[in-house]
Design a protein around this ligand. Structure first.
Ligand code: NAP
Ligand code: HSE
Length: 402
């Protein structure tokens, strides 16, 4: 018998519980042993939940799980950073494997937790933390052995992609769609981390650090979200034959690397324009492999729980190696060199802003204080510096993809 302790019983935790109930017998045949969820950590024992569970399995005390010698695998799906860091570390110390979907904790303590797991000869697996249901980290671990990765690019947040898709296709209001994404279980407990790009940035931090073999920290990534994109922006982009997507990208450049999360206006008919709803997509460019593409559900109960269970099964069957997948290369950050053509809309615009003529390639809207234009090729750093001089003027900045 393999005993699991679940830290968290929300969307993902309940998905894990339900799949195990559904597939229990088949899994016994596959694994030669039963999997039992022995205890589940929650904050509120009596909260109404969509999944029935015996009250005796619920606990408010993490020690009931991490301190229980009968528990072999801790599945961490709380979304909390401090508590989960403490209890993942303790679980390792006590010889337990840890599987998590929590990119916030993986991103915050990636190097330390990876090292600690190896030191204790236990598994630390987090497939569900990046791109939800898409198997991406296991294939990436294979690719970093012989291949040389020069770029990773993707749509990594289901909530943002769901919002942008429905704003574009149905003209719906941002706030209404965000509420729907929350009801569907896609959004984080605090959805500002989705819409401000932070969740995507954490996923890019995990992908980049693995892919480049060098620590790419949260501070090394330029991060913007979709919270300033309005119906007006969506409409103007549509007139240009484009739609907005939140895209994460890390790439090797002359002398180092660049890493950025930013909204991009992609042409209709292009690859990313076909990734819609809560779908995510990741592409890996390797020296020997060429472009490898992955696409699938980026959020939601069952896709994410399925990713968790593939990791749980890997722990039981010992299908993956327990070695720390991170390497210690040093690479220089070259984000200050990022440049491009941008769509820029400034609210409450007036002449005092003095946008240099050399920045403006084409004015596409100038009405009611909303001034939108396409820039000449400019350095992002310079443009943001200029905009920062006018903190009182909200703006929406979207990179144009060739
Ligand atoms: P959720 O629905 O908000 O559930 C969180 C669960 O953790 C709840 O059961 C909550 O207890 C419990 N919890 C939170 N903080 C706690 C604390 N300090 N002490 C004890 N229990 C605590 O979250 P979720 O959507 O399942 O997401 C869980 C994790 O998976 C997050 O890290 C998220 O980023 C990640 N993830 C989610 C998805 C998705 O589609 N939802 C996809 C990929 C990854 P109560 O029930 O008592 O409130
Ligand atoms: N809130 C996240 C998203 C969950 O919408 O993509 C999956 O990581």
């Amino acid at each position: 018998m393999i005993n699991i302790g679940l830290l968290g019983f929300g969307t993902v935790g309940q998905g894990v519980y339900r799949i195990l109930q559904d597939k229990g017998e088949e899994l016994v045949a596959l694994l030669g042993t039963e999997i039992e969820i022995k205890s589940i950590l929650v904050r509120d024992l009596y909260k109404e939940r969509k999944t029935e569970v015996p009250l005796s399995k619920l606990t408010l005390n993490p020690e009931d799980i991490v301190g229980d010698d009968d528990i072999d695998i801790v599945v961490e799906v709380t979304g909390d950073v401090d508590l989960s860091y403490r209890y993942i570390s303790k679980a390792f110390d006590r010889g337990k494997h840890v599987v998590t979907a929590n990119k916030a904790v993986v991103s915050a303590y990636f190097e330390e937790l990876s090292h600690l797991a190896e030191e204790n000869d236990v598994y630390f697996l987090y497939e569900a933390s990046v791109a939800g249901g898409i198997p991406i980290l296991k294939p990436l671990k294979d690719q970093i052995r012989a291949n040389s990765i020069s770029k990773v690019q993707g749509i990594l947040n289901g909530t943002c992609n769901y919002i942008l898709t429905r704003m574009t296709d149905e003209g719906l209001a941002y706030d209404d769609i965000l509420k729907e994404a929350q009801n569907l279980g896609y959004a984080e407990a605090d959805p500002s981390s989705d819409v401000e790009g932070i969740d995507t940035m954490r996923k890019l931090r995990i992908l980049s650090t693995m892919a480049l073999g060098a620590s790419v920290t949260e501070d090394d990534i330029i991060c913007d979200g979709i919270d300033s994109i309005s119906g007006l922006d969506i409409g103007l982009l549509k007139e240009m034959g484009r739609k907005a997507k939140l895209i994460a990208e890390v790439r090797i450049v002359e002398g180092g690397y660049q890493a950025i999360v930013q909204p991009k206006a992609v042409p209709f008919g292009s690859y990313f324009s076909g990734v819609n709803g809560a779908e995510n997509s990741v592409s890996i460019v390797g020296k020997y492999s060429g472009v490898l593409g992955f696409q699938g559900p980026g959020a939601g109960m069952y896709p994410t729980a399925n990713a968790i269970l593939t990791d749980v099964i890997d722990c039981i069957l010992e299908t993956q190696k327990k070695v720390n997948p991170l390497r210690g290369k040093r690479l220089e950050n070259k984000n200050e060199d990022i440049s491009g053509n941008y769509y820029l809309r400034i609210s409450d615009y007036d002449e005092t802003m003095e946008i240099p003529e050399k920045y403006i390639k084409e004015i596409i809207h100038d009405k009611g204080g909303e001034f939108a234009f396409i820039t000449e090729k400019v350095k992002l750093h310079d443009l943001l510096y200029k905009l920062a001089e006018h903190e009182d003027k909200p703006f929406s900045l979207i990179a144009l993809v060739e």
